[in-house]
Design a protein around this ligand. Structure first.
Ligand code: SF4
Length: 335
């Protein structure tokens, strides 16, 4: 039997970008599945964050459903962790506003992600600037002390800690824990082109639920170490994205064998990819089956999200009630 989860709380969010690809899975979600057995975890589909970029209202809901299917099929178990949609818990937006009032504008303007993203927009919405405040609200609402983050989010986490410190100093020492980054050994998976990060917008992904045929069709032409021009040329596995994927999907003995055969030109890249494809297909098959089962029962999926939101809301309400109290808002009795 699994040990009972420790009281250390973990919060992490993911945008509703549709079905997961193997880059999201190896880079974050695989680790979340492990964490749910070790910690008290909340995993949130952050649709309120998603709308800070141009989007289609007609696709937001379906993309949120696709992400929920992906997370549950990948192994998040609502009996072990709370999985929910951010906009279903209104306290996120309430705490967001309350924290906005103590967040220094200069800090927001200094955020690298804001600078990058705002350059791409003709008219910059204030929500893009305030994005890290909503992230702080997401985490502080549950008094989570650990946040699994990628390198690109470390600056936002620093700001989150600054916001917690400022609020605590003004309204209540030690009320909010200062969240710490949970820097785990995750793999940076490149796209099949071997150039950029795996990303749907670049069309270089393998979907978590791709069929075995599609997986092989995509892997066959994927980039490898360019030094292996012919089968006789030795390669360097560490610089090959196919090797990174082996580390994600193949057993350790196979990973070792791949490295040796690559360095000694003991096999061709196509042989190497075939072994990877077989291991990937075997690992993803149960997830694809779970996703199909979830899609057959849309009402039950929504029910699980409602349950998740209910559990999250119960925690969030307690925090917001205390925050309101400490900030001095007038109380008129129970709702
Ligand atoms: S043998 Fe495998 S690890 Fe080596 S370059 Fe080819 S695909 Fe990459």
């Amino acid at each position: 039997m699994a040990p009972p989860p420790s009281p250390i709380r973990v919060f992490s969010g993911i945008q509703p970008s549709g079905e997961l690809h193997i880059g999201n899975y190896l880079g974050a979600v695989q680790n979340w599945v492990k964490l749910q057995y070790e910690r008290d975890c909340l995993f949130c589909i952050v649709d309120l964050h998603a709308i800070t970029q141009p989007y289609e209202p007609g696709t937001l809901g379906p993309l949120t459903v696709d992400m929920a299917v992906s997370l549950l099929a990948a192994g998040l178990d609502p009996a072990r962790c709370i999985v929910f949609v951010q906009s279903h818990v209104a306290e996120h937006t309430e705490l967001n506003w309350l924290l906005t009032t103590i967040t220094p504008l200069g800090e927001l303007e200094r955020q690298t992600q804001f600078k990058d993203k705002s350059q791409r927009q003709e008219s910059i919405p204030a929500g893009l600037l305030a994005y890290p405040v909503l992230q702080a609200a997401d985490v502080l609402l549950y008094k989570a002390s650990l946040v699994p983050v990628g390198e690109d989010q470390v600056q936002h986490l620093e700001l989150m800690r600054e916001i917690a410190r400022r609020w605590n100093a003004r309204f209540g020492a030690d009320f909010f824990p200062e969240p710490q980054p949970l820097l785990t050994r995750t793999r940076r998976v490149l796209g099949l082109d071997g150039k950029a990060k795996m990303s749907k917008s670049l069309g270089n992904t393998v979907g978590l639920f791709d069929s075995p045929e599609t997986i092989w069709e995509k892997l066959r032409p994927a980039a490898t170490d360019p030094a292996r021009k012919t089968r006789k040329d030795p390669g360097t596995p560490e610089i090959c994205n196919i090797f990174t994927l082996h580390q994600g999907f193949s057993p350790p003995a196979t990973v070792e064998e791949v490295a040796v055969k690559c360095r000694t030109a003991g096999w061709g890249c196509l042989d190497c990819k075939r072994v990877l494809a077989d291991n990937m297909i075997a690992a993803l098959a149960p997830m694809r089956e779970r996703a199909e089962a979830l899609r057959r029962e849309p009402a039950s999926l929504l029910e699980r999200l409602r349950d998740g939101a209910g559990k999250a809301r119960a925690l969030a309400r307690r925090t917001v009630a205390e925050v309101r109290d400490r900030m001095g808002f007038l109380k008129v009795g129970a709702d």
